[in-house]
Design a protein around this ligand. Structure first.
Ligand SMILES: [Cu+2]
Length: 308
């Protein structure tokens, strides 16, 4: 009787494992095989969406695959826990069979997690290397200059500190700076700060990178693949007016970008150049924060109250 029971146990565990993996596989197949459409059914598992650049799509796929892997493991483990709770619940006062040092089990739960971590590490390393890759000949170079508390974007004629700024855009308390860039081209970002550490962040790029002061020049490349307007922010608490550091990334076609840059080179303002390519001249994804410098403040109304 006891021996028969022992023999059925591994089979039950295998069956549960098979069911878990099968269900996960079926879920992927039913979703039409596309990671993006699968992710959208679950609110992208907490991410803003599939992103708007080639690099973002790779990070997105890695994220969704990692969450699915975690869920498969989680469901399997929960299944085992509930199975044990029910299968070995207390049935009387008799002490159950006392088992120790089940070698196959010990090996299984040591080797399996190592394998899972190794696979996750492998894909993470591949995606990370790809996202950090710099090409020898980027199509556009833009210098991102952060300072308390605004952004300046310099369009450059080459790479590195020695290159020249062709034209630039800077934000003010009243106007959100626009970073106009073309889709389908390799864009190199070179970041530098005038004062403290800031962080360049466009949520739709699924990516942010710190902007350092001094000689450090943080560099990365992005290839946009979807036209549109995306809000950008500083993601490093850099001082009192950190929240004022907003910008808008405007992804346009190559032709529109060339027209925009030509207009800027001829002395047009960013707003005039935007109008020229048929785009709304001011930011549409965000607006300048109200400094309330003109309207009555807490102090003023208090003074009025005190004067009464
Ligand atoms: Cu900042």
């Amino acid at each position: 009787m006891g021996a028969k029971r022992q023999a059925t146990r591994p089979r039950a565990a295998t069956r549960i494992a098979g069911l878990g993996l099968g269900a996960a596989g079926l879920l992927m197949l039913l979703s039409g095989c596309s990671i993006e459409s699968f992710g959208s059914k679950f609110g992208h598992f907490g991410w803003p969406g599939p992103g708007v650049s080639l690099q973002a799509h790779k990070m997105y796929d890695l994220w969704i695959a990692s969450v699915v892997a975690a869920l498969v493991v989680g469901i399997f483990v929960w299944g085992l826990i509930f199975w044990c709770v029910i299968r070995y619940r207390k049935r009387g006062d008799e002490l159950p069979v006392q088992t120790r040092f089940n070698m196959p089990m010990e090996v299984l739960y040591t080797v399996t997690p190592i394998l899972i971590v190794a696979v996750l590490f492998y894909y993470t390393a591949i995606v990370q290397t790809d996202v950090d890759k710099l090409s020898k000949n980027p199509d556009q170079v833009v210098e991102v200059v952060a300072f308390k508390w605004q952004w300046q974007f310099n369009y450059r004629d080459g790479m590195g500190k020695e290159a020249n700024t062709v034209t630039s855009t800077v934000g003010s308390a009243d106007v959100i700076p626009l970073l106009v860039l073309p889709v389908g081209e390799k864009i190199r970002f070179e970041e530098t700060s005038k004062d403290v550490i800031h962080s360049f962040w466009v949520p739709e790029l699924l990516f942010k990178r710190d902007v350092f002061p001094g000689s450090a020049r943080n560099t990365f490349e992005v290839t946009l693949d979807k036209e549109g307007r995306y809000v950008g922010r500083c993601a490093e608490l850099c001082g009192t007016y950190h929240a004022f550091m907003q910008f808008e990334l405007v992804a346009v076609s190559k032709d529109q970008f060339t027209q925009f840059l030509d207009a800027k080179k001829q002395g047009a303002t960013t707003q005039e150049a935007m109008t020229k390519i048929g785009k709304e001249p001011y930011a549409v994804t965000t607006e300048p924060l109200n400094t309330r410098r003109q309207s009555s403040s807490w102090n003023q109304s208090n003074t009025v109250a005190a004067g009464k």
